[in-house]
Design a protein around this ligand. Sequence first.
Ligand code: SF4
Length: 359
Amino acid sequence: MNSYSSSSDTTKALLNWYTTHRRALPWRESNDPYRVWISEIILQQTRIEQGIPYYYKILNRFPDVQSMANAPLDELLKLWQGLGYYSRARNMHFAACQIVNEYEGLFPSSYENLIGLKGIGEYTAAAISSISFGEAKAVVDGNVFRFLSRFFGLQTPINTTEGKKQFTQIAQKLIDPIHPGDYNQAIMDFGSIQCTPSGPDCQTCPFSVNCFAYSQGVVQKYPYKLPAKEKQDRYFLYFCITDGISTWIQQRKNRDIWQDLWEFPLVEETSPIQPEKHFINKYLNADSDTKVLIGKPTHVKHVLSHRVIHATFLPIRIDTSSIVSGSLQKIPLTELNKFAIPRLIERYLTNHAPFNLIL
Ligand code: SF4
């Protein structure tokens, strides 16, 4: 008899598997809710290998929730640069302030209170409450959908309300009430190591005898999903303006992708854009006496989860900064790297030198 003997056979098998295959991850060194929270938010849309350096970076700069709440949002956005889905960082900063202001800096310990924090949904609240506080709340993520759908042969599409409800109920029945944190981490690890999307290791799987999908030879059909909507195309024309010393940027303020990040002045259209002069005049009050040199445009395609951005970057060299629109923020070229910018612009700047134009 092992320490997990109070659970169902499926749960016991999962926990036993976890004893042997448990991944040594930095946030598993303790059950500190602050660390679990940071890791779970990072891993929402990021692979573990990519997320680990960001986890250390954020923890080094903000060792506790107070230090994060006391810092400006821009600082967290800068640390987050390259991870994408920046609303995660904005919500994280907001939630840190909520914890400091509403809970005197102590992480709330129940699922009900955790889910009231900005950016913490059912999955993250279940992960933190079970791992850090021993509450029996089952997580349901892509790994859980995959394993449960294959093992039980569940055909309800997972991207429907009905599917979410059904899988949550089953996961909740399976959770070990004595070791809920271990159970949740076990099923997540099992899905990402053994019952993987394209190459599940069914030969060595402890569930192969009873697994519905494996016994029917239809593993790849699971989980069932309704077809995804088509991605929306957007067309961005960016102006990389310089007078040789400075450049001009603006902060995205609308409720849209990349909110609060910085970017070059932009024109957006719903169809492909030609970088014509009247677009340039939107930001430059140039007359016939002003020298304006327009460089070669560069096209960059950037794919997001629901959108494809077709960006054109246009280098522009001017001889006097007085012609640039006052709505833009002027910064020294040497300080551009201090601002949090979208990955698209970072990619462009890594491969091109738009400020090398000479008049
Ligand atoms: S037998 Fe294969 S499909 Fe079934 S649970 Fe195991 S790894 Fe997943």
